[in-house]
Design a protein around this ligand. Structure first.
Ligand SMILES: Cc1cc2nc3c(=O)[nH]c(=O)nc-3n(C[C@H](O)[C@H](O)[C@H](O)COP(=O)(O)OP(=O)(O)OC[C@H]3O[C@@H](n4cnc5c(N)ncnc54)[C@H](O)[C@@H]3O)c2cc1C
Ligand code: SF4
Length: 546
């Protein structure tokens, strides 16, 4: 690699412009704090999304990084967790690709040890995070209505009305009513009405690539607003390679590089790593030094441990009626009935998502039909649009043997060890999935479905737990403000800080915690005398840099 050059300075350096990094950037910049965001991927202009949608429909991944080999990884464990399609690089991060399901955790999810004697409690309560959930819902534009009977109390209304239930939701609602299962709206971070300068959802159905900007992603909801303050710079094609510490164990600088592989360096007073649950852990492990031989901020040995996701299966069945699938690109109904009020020591939590798109497409029916001409047309007509599906997401318990470590044999584009992900699920999760499958089968059977079957065991695109929060530095990596126990000017934000993961998707909680950490950081920053003039450059912006 070439010699280091191009040293820059800022007050706060944020690594990663995804959900957590994008939100932190705006929250700090709008308070007048000078921020530089280093983002490994490119900008994906909204104007190009029509083309991206077409590529996505053809089975291509338009979010794939232009740097060949940057996403290399190896896997182990009984299930094996692959990252392809499960995260995205670029301004907006994985929110470019996400589905937008925006759920809060429940009060009980923060107290698993107290209530069920399992795993650990979070160092903060639902009551402490609740106001930040409201702020996150407003920032992302969440459409919903408080019709979930098991939801925890909320102090603010959803900023947008819910999407109407779909045609196929009507079938599920009828069956659930008969079985005493409450079906309710699924909160979505997408515009049911024009909101935040973005258009109303057009129901075009390619939500992994939203061509209109109706789906919230931080490249639209946060980054431009942060840049408009004049206090935030976003540097794309800038992959952080390692963090360097000074003699007092504070991070002094980050070494980063782009496609040319030339190393550059950025100094800052405070560093925030927001690179996602896998890359944040990997960057810390890559930043080992004599002071931190096991990796930066890793005196506990827990960086990369407790890698957690949500095991998932789809259960489908064929019904006589037409259900008109694939007309809406996202789900509109769910049931949280099995996610909370239960003895979770015996029965793991799960939630049910009622799918608006299930079953084979005409292009999948035709080649296996063995039919031609008129017979083929009739076969496709008879087969298509008669499958109903229910997706299950189960809670996974943190397990010390599920890890992100450094690969011993494979390197990335920059010659650094790739991440190695060891992932499996245990009897607890398998029992929860089985319980959930039985419920889904009952619902489909109540609809008279035939050929009910469970799909393959999968896992959600959620990478959690790898730098968990806690009050004991021996048992956790960051404190309740997401500051690293071992490194006073280092914050680690994102799903890696989750202590337990509930059955719900994580991003609204990631967003709420990022807003809370930004508030805390701004207070710390003000308390430490921001605006002092720098002995190095004399510029007011750089004045707060140590
Ligand atoms: C297909 C899909 C569907 C999803 N659906 C949902 C859903 O419906 N609901 C939900 O709650 N969640 C969902 N998620 C998960 C959600 O997207 C993530 O939880 C969330 O984006 C994580 O936020 P983050 O900031 O921690 O990481 P990310 O959003 O992934 O951002 C990390 C950023 O860091 C950058 N980066 C990584 N390494 C470096 C480095 N070394 N230097 C510089 N930059 C770096 C990356 O390029 C990326 O832009 C989905 C994800 C996917 C992929
Ligand atoms: S259905 Fe709505 S959110 Fe999905 S891609 Fe179309 S406009 Fe975007």
């Amino acid at each position: 690699m070439a010699a280091r050059e191009e040293v820059r300075e800022t007050e706060v350096c944020i690594i990663g412009a995804g959900a957590a990094g994008g939100i932190m950037a705006l929250e700090l910049a709008r308070r007048g704090i000078r921020v530089v965001v280093l983002e490994s991927g490119p900008r994906h202009d909204l104007a190009r999304r029509g083309d991206y949608s077409r590529r996505f429909v053809k089975g291509e991944n338009p979010w794939e990084s232009p740097l060949a080999g940057i996403d290399r990884h190896t896997t182990g464990g009984s299930v094996g967790y692959r990252l392809e399609w499960n995260r995205a690089r670029g301004v907006g991060g994985s929110t470019l690709h996400w589905e937008g399901t925006a759920l809060r955790l429940h009060t009980d999810d923060f107290r698993m040890r107290t209530l069920h004697g399992m795993a650990e409690d979070w160092p903060i309560s639902y009551e402490e995070i609740e106001p930040y959930y409201g702020k996150a819902e407003r920032a992302l534009g969440v459409a919903g209505t408080p019709d979930d009977p098991w939801a925890s109390p909320r102090s603010t209304a959803f900023p947008l009305p819910p999407f109407p239930m779909s045609f196929s939701d009507g079938f599920f609602a009828g069956a659930c009513r008969k079985l005493g299962i409450a079906l309710h709206h699924l909160p979505q971070a997408r515009n049911s009405l024009a909101y935040g300068g973005r258009s109303q959802c057009r129901a075009c159905g390619t939500c992994h690539v939203c061509p209109t900007g109706a789906k919230a992603s931080t490249d639209l909801t946060h980054i431009p607003q942060a840049e408009a303050t004049g206090h935030a710079d976003v540097v794309t094609d800038a992959t952080a390679l390692r963090l360097e510490v000074d003699r007092s164990s504070r991070v002094r600088s980050v070494v980063y590089a782009g496609a040319d592989r030339r190393e550059r360096r950025l100094s800052a007073r405070i560093f925030v790593v927001a690179a996602g649950g896998v890359e944040t852990a990997r960057l810390l492990l890559l930043s080992a030094s004599p002071d931190f031989p096991r990796g930066l901020a890793n005196r506990s040995g827990l960086v990369g441990r407790y890698f957690t996701s949500h095991p998932s299966i789809d259960v489908t069945g064929r019904v006589a009626a037409r259900v008109y699938p694939y007309r809406i690109g996202f789900s509109t109904a769910m049931s949280g009935q099995f996610a909370v009020p239960r003895d979770r020591q015996r029965r793991g939590a799960f939630f049910l998502e009622f799918l608006n798109s299930a079953g084979p497409l005409p292009g999948q029916i035709a080649p296996v039909s063995g039919a031609w001409g008129t017979a083929l047309g009739q076969r496709v007509k008879a087969e298509f649009g008669r499958t109903l599906g229910i997706r299950i997401y189960a809670e996974q318990l943190p397990d010390n043997s599920n890890t992100v470590t450094l690969s011993t044999g494979v390197t990335d584009y920059f010659g650094n060890p790739a991440p190695h992900i060891t992932y499996g699920i245990g009897p607890y999760e398998r029992a929860a999935l089985e319980g959930a499958r039985e419920v889904a089968v009952k619902i489909l059977a109540a609809l008279g479905a035939e050929g009910i079957r469970s799909g393959a065991l999968g896992y959600a695109a959620h990478q959690l737990g790898t730098h968990r929060m806690g009050s004991d530095p021996a048992q956790s990596v960051v404190d309740a403000n997401l500051r690293a126990h071992d490194v006073p000017n280092l914050y680690l934000v994102g799903g890696g800080c989750f202590v337990t993961v509930s059955a719900s998707p994580p991003t609204l909680t990631i967003a709420a915690l990022a807003i809370r950490t930004a508030e805390h950081l701004a207070e710390v920053y003000r308390g430490q005398g921001a605006g002092r003039r720098s002995h190095r450059s004399g510029s007011p912006a750089a004045g707060a840099i140590r």
